[in-house]
Design a protein around this ligand. Structure first.
Ligand code: MN
Length: 204
């Protein structure tokens, strides 16, 4: 039996409209993410990686074939991406997480500005991130391709709390080349309760 599976999506393909369109969601989830899962399973079949968690695998990813880096990152990143969006969770970061954001960035608007700059500044394909870094501080950055801040090969490191996919496949059908519009509309669907939960877990 395959180790990794496409995780359940907790909302319908059209639930994030008009910010993210149903056709993009369906293709992105079933085809793009689905292919990362299939190819990750192929890459680890019959190896010791069948015994490691995905997080453990990514933390030592420099030791494995590049297919593990690309598809393991793809699986981790998209699994997080679907969870940190939710059409029913409009609102602001809750309680002590909000205080931490304000202490680090000044305000939620300042966080959004800095994160959006990271998303726009990532040339080509990649991801923008809010992480709890290895010194216990909130930090914003980006990674190329399907890399992420857990990976030992990543220059930008930490525990991912919020991630935004800036590959063209994430927005091209609706926004074409207008990445800035896609990034601006992302904030309408961020599930801050989920991000706050990840923050609390990362601090344990
Ligand atoms: Mn993607």
């Amino acid at each position: 039996m395959a180790k990794y599976e496409l995780p359940k999506l907790h909302y319908s393909y059209n639930a994030l409209e008009p910010n993210i369109d149903a056709q993009t969601m369906e293709i992105h989830y079933t085809k793009h993410h689905g292919t990362y899962v299939t190819n990750l399973n192929k890459a680890i079949e019959g190896t010791n990686l069948e015994k490691l968690s995905l997080e453990e695998t990514l933390r030592s990813v420099s030791q494995y074939p590049v297919a593990v880096r690309n598809n393991g990152g793809g699986h981790y990143n998209h699994s997080l991406f679907w969870e940190v969006m939710n059409p029913k969770e409009k609102g602001n970061p809750p309680g002590s997480f909000s205080d931490a954001l304000n202490n680090t960035f000044g305000s939620l608007d300042d966080l959004i500005k800095k994160f959006s700059e990271a998303a726009m500044g990532r040339f080509g394909s990649g991801w923008a991130w809010l992480v709890l870094d290895n010194n216990g501080k909130l930090s914003i950055g980006s990674t190329p391709n399907q890399d992420n801040p857990l990976m030992d090969v990543s220059e930008f490191k930490g525990t991912p709390l919020l991630g935004l996919d800036v590959w063209e496949h994430a927005y091209y059908l609706k926004y074409q080349n207008r990445r800035a519009e896609y990034v601006a509309n992302f904030w309408n669907v961020v599930n801050w309760n989920e991000v706050a939960k990840r923050y609390a877990n990362a601090r344990k």
